[in-house]
Design a protein around this ligand. Structure first.
Ligand code: C2E
Ligand code: MG
Ligand code: MG
Ligand code: MG
Length: 288
């Protein structure tokens, strides 16, 4: 009986593996076509200044509008793209689209673009970025690249060279999902980061777990002492916002301020932000 059960379990496992593999191949074939068929798009999530709530910029987040599956989130295809190497053309598409769209905004807000480890391994990455900036006309100081700790850990010496060359273009570099990997204080100090993004997992636990608050406070202190800006990601509640603002976190991003949205919505958001500033200016003059 036990033997038969074991055989059945093994067979069920194999069937599940086959199904997963077949599903993966299907998705991979579709992903190859997605670029050619223009099925990818960017959604943009607001990043705001804590002190006044005004826009600093937007993070570009890729979406795949699949003909039969609907809107596919990046978690479902970026890892596959990374494994197959498709991330290189895909990532280049993202960078070009983000720069082109940002160049058209009514105000010179920043645009943040995620870069995967494999993209980072391209020897000519800085030249590619430079070419895209030139082609789209986006001033380099408006572009910020987000990389995770994985990118650096693989090959520290190479990563440092590439980051320096990217910085020399005049763009900003942010460390994404900070706290989830293995970066040390030494890494942060050695690399030319302009920003640290505190991972959402810590922010979301702020009100439940004292240890999350300790970590967030420590990262904010780290940023202050190294002179690196800190952004909190995944801010969803007033309580989280208040804690972060009181602890001196200068920028925030999260559903509380806005979900990632299609590019059509941005013009309205940007106009509202500008109007808010104008009104604030007039109010100040009335008060004076
Ligand atoms: P990320 O770079 O850390 O981006 C933030 C993710 O957190 C986004 O998920 C965003 O929608 C989500 N998020 C932001 N605020 C909140 C919040 O308040 N609550 C909750 N529950 N979630 C929030 P998304 O768009 O699904 O992207 C997931 C990840 O996929 C990104 O994490 C990034 O690592 C990767 N990714 C997205 N676009 C690209 C891309 O163009 N290239 C590369 N290489 N990776 C990308
Ligand atoms: Mg990011
Ligand atoms: Mg992040
Ligand atoms: Mg994250």
């Amino acid at each position: 009986k036990a033997k038969a059960d074991g055989r059945n379990a093994a067979r069920a496992f194999e069937t599940a593996m086959d199904a997963a593999l077949a599903e993966r191949r299907l998705l991979e074939a579709d992903l190859r076509h997605a670029l050619v068929r223009d099925e990818l798009m960017l959604h943009y999530q607001p990043q705001v200044r804590s002190a006044c709530g005004r826009l600093v910029g937007f993070e570009a987040l890729v979406r795949w509008s699949h003909p039969s599956r609907g809107l596919v989130p990046p978690g479902a295809f970026i890892p596959l793209a990374e494994e197959t190497g498709l991330i290189v053309p895909l990532g280049e598409w993202v960078l070009r689209a983000a720069c082109r769209e940002a160049a058209g905004w009514a105000h010179p807000l920043k645009v943040a673009v995620n870069l995967s480890p494999r993209q980072f391994q391209q020897a000519d990455l800085p030249e590619r970025v430079r070419a895209i900036l030139a082609e789209t006309g986006l001033p380099p100081e408006r572009l910020e690249i987000e990389i995770t700790e994985t990118v650096i850990i693989n090959d520290m010496a190479r990563a440092l060279t590439v980051l320096r060359r990217l910085k020399a273009l005049g763009i900003g570099i942010a460390m994404d999902d900070f706290g989830t990997g293995y970066s040390s204080l030494a890494t942060l100090q050695a690399f030319p980061f302009d920003k640290i993004k505190i991972d959402r997992s810590f922010v979301s636990q702020l009100e439940q777990r004292p240890s999350a608050a300790v970590i967030v406070r420590a990262v904010l202190g780290l940023g202050r002492s190294l002179g690196i800006g800190v952004v909190a990601e995944g801010v969803e509640t007033d309580g989280q916002m208040r804690f972060l603002a009181e602890e001196g976190c200068e920028e925030m991003q999260g559903y509380l301020f806005g979900k990632p949205q299609p590019v059509e919505r941005l013009a309205g958001l940007i106009a509202r932000d500008a109007a808010w500033l104008r009104d604030a200016g007039e109010n100040r003059m009335i008060a004076a």
